[in-house]
Design a protein around this ligand. Structure first.
Ligand code: ADP
Ligand code: MG
Length: 233
């Protein structure tokens, strides 16, 4: 079943007098349970596309539908609710809050999702889920550390735990290993692979790294503002 659908997505940025067309009619369908990679050179528009699919940015042209809903037709508050509860995001530079510890960073999404009272009444459940997730990523001894006290790989595992807290329908990953050495990057890829294999987590990852992209079920190449199917070399 198609979970996410992009139709003729276009996006341009205006820089002073000139306009840069980044996406020029992107069509894409993502099935439930799929692990999709979008590969492309730096500056090819991968992050822009990921932000549009994840309702972080709006396209200038075309439409994104998620679970049958057209994102652009949703009121802003519904769109942000969707973003927070149906989508999870992992970025190259982790985006953890430095003043919060690992546990607090992980609990952030449900804290935003629920009202204070709803959060308080579910706090124990949520704490249990956060602990279980962090433990499954080998972080049980890091719960009270701050991000600055963690390695890059540990920070990214916290970011993945945080992204999974609300059981997102889609996990978006933007160059998730881009800031890590090769071995640590491989560990992060193994985490994503396991989520896909064991939990049937739908994952959309963008990367400039061809070898990493091959971890996915399907690889699409973003080039000159359009998507193409990967051709074997
Ligand atoms: P990638 O993630 O593949 O490296 P991006 O989607 O970040 O590519 O960027 C694609 C192009 O769009 C780049 O040329 C970039 O400079 C430009 N761009 C991205 N975001 C903005 C913005 N907010 N304002 C102006 N130009 C932007
Ligand atoms: Mg990018």
């Amino acid at each position: 079943m198609a979970l996410l659908h992009c139709t003729n997505i276009g996006k341009h940025y205006r820089m002073g007098d000139s306009t840069v067309s980044v996406l020029k009619g992107v069509d894409l369908t993502v099935a439930e349970g799929e692990f999709l990679a979008v590969e492309g050179r730096s500056g090819s528009g991968k992050s822009t596309l990921l932000h549009i699919m994840g309702a972080l940015e709006s396209p200038d042209m075309g439409e994104v539908t998620f679970a049958g809903k057209t994102l652009s037709s949703l009121p802003a508050n519904e769109r942000s609710r969707l973003r927070n509860s149906a989508f999870g995001f992992v970025f190259q530079f982790y985006h953890l809050l430095p003043e919060l510890n690992v546990m607090e960073n992980t609990m952030l999404a449900p804290m935003i999702e629920h009202s204070w009272f709803a959060f308080r009444s579910r706090r124990n459940d949520l704490r249990e889920r956060a602990t279980a997730l962090l433990k499954s990523f080998g972080l049980e001894r890091r719960l009270h550390h701050r991000p600055s006290q963690l390695s890059g790989g540990e920070r990214q595992r916290v970011a993945i735990a945080r992204a999974l807290m609300n059981r997102p329908r889609i996990l978006f990953a933007d160059e998730p290993t881009g800031n890590l050495d090769q071995e640590t990057g491989q560990q992060i890829m193994s985490v994503l692979e396991a989520l896909h294999r064991d939990q049937k987590q739908t994952i959309i990852m963008v990367t400039h790294d061809r070898a990493l992209a091959r971890t996915a079920d399907r690889v699409l190449i973003l080039k000159n503002g359009k998507l193409a199917v990967e051709r074997p070399v």
